[in-house]
Design a protein around this ligand. Structure first.
Ligand code: SAH
Length: 344
């Protein structure tokens, strides 16, 4: 089946040309898929019935089946567990903020990065998501909530820069003026630090917010909890980040999950401040989420605020992330793990 929803407009024009169809048909279909965001060919009412049938026979529409939907009673956060057409599972999380609705989406089924504290990587990597599977998470959440998704964070299951081609394609589709038209300025992409891709991304000047999962201040500690550090140590990662801010003038967001006794000491806060001082950045301090297989413990509140204070007193902007959806286990990767283990 042809993956119609992953096609950029010029590609769809080319495809329709091979079918002997006029160019305006591709614009119509693109608009049905990405502006009106219908979920069937029958809904494309200005196409001749024969063409609708032909497209239905040849093309897939990449639909996601909602297998579970959990709504937080505390803050309205919604967590979706979707089944893909091949039976695999992914998750998205919808969060409500004052500035709008933010959707956290997955980029892969599983992950090969092996971070010690992360649930999404525990059962390894299965496959990359297609651009349309990434995109459909945004469309499905918009349809289900009846509201406009205003911000996207690529912080769900998977390493987006390890699925680089499809993620770039997704970024182009989601911002298409003929489609959802969501500005790249409202999209954050989070990476554990694939340095070669950070350079490439910088040179594309996409105006995304780049989030870097740093989580440690020395190569010893980072290498233990994040295997990617053995390939690209901290100094190389931060050099790439400097290149990114120089090229795009965008502030980088550093994620730092505080794990009791591993990376949360005063000395480590001082080290982090020294690493980041003077760079265009913001630090997001996150109490590590408990993952059974990892066994790490959250730092205490007092420890977290003391860590933040050291950073701020050294001139490094840092905030402690608010926990959303605490009652529905909204941290990523956990529903999928239950589904794969047959516990739903
Ligand atoms: N692979 C990408 C994006 C997915 S993970 C990345 O590494 O950035 C999204 C964020 O959640 C990352 O910052 C990741 O390090 C963090 N994370 C993963 N497991 C966590 C846990 N148990 N507690 C807190 N943060 C976690």
């Amino acid at each position: 089946m042809i993956d119609l929803k992953s096609m950029l407009l010029p590609e769809m024009e080319e495809y329709f040309r091979t079918l002997g169809l006029p160019k305006f048909r591709s614009r119509q279909v693109f608009s049905w898929l990405h502006a009106k965001r219908v979920s069937s060919f029958e809904e494309m009412t200005d196409l001749p019935a024969g063409l609708r049938q032909q497209l239905a026979d040849e093309c897939s529409l990449t639909s996601l089946v909602t297998e579970r939907k959990l709504v937080s009673r505390l803050d309205g956060t919604v967590k979706y567990l979707y089944r893909l057409e091949d039976g695999n599972h992914i998750e998205s999380v919808l969060m409500r903020y004052e500035h709008g609705i933010s959707l956290c989406i997955s980029s892969q089924v599983g992950c090969r990065m092996g971070c010690a504290f992360c649930a999404s990587t525990k059962a390894g990597f299965i496959r990359n998501l297609t651009a349309s599977e990434i995109l459909e998470q945004v469309y499905a959440a918009g349809r289900d909530s009846g509201e406009r998704i205003s911000h996207i964070v690529m912080m769900g299951i998977g390493e987006p820069l390890d699925n680089y081609e499809n993620v770039l394609r997704f970024l182009e589709l989601v911002s298409a003026p003929e489609g959802l038209n969501l500005s790249h300025r409202h999209i954050s992409l989070s990476t554990c630090g694939l340095v070669d891709k950070i350079y490439d991304l910088a040179d594309r000047n996409l105006q995304l917010t780049l989030s870097i999962s740093l989580h440690a201040t020395t190569d010893g500690t980072r290498g233990e909890i994040m295997p990617v550090n053995r390939r690209w140590p901290i100094a190389e990662l931060l050099k790439a980040c400097r290149h990114y801010t120089d090229a795009t003038h965008r502030r980088i967001s550093y994620e730092y999950a505080l794990i009791a006794g591993v990376n949360d000491s005063r000395e480590q806060a001082e080290e982090l401040a020294a690493l980041l001082k003077g760079s265009l950045c913001h630090v997001n301090l996150i109490p590590v989420n408990y993952v059974k297989e990892a066994g790490y413990r959250q730092s205490g509140r007092a420890q977290i605020y003391a860590f933040q204070k050291v950073l701020c007193s050294r001139g490094v902007n840092a905030t402690v992330r608010r926990t959303l959806g605490a009652d529905i286990n909204a941290a990523c990767g956990q529903l999928r793990r239950e589904a794969e283990n047959g516990q739903t």
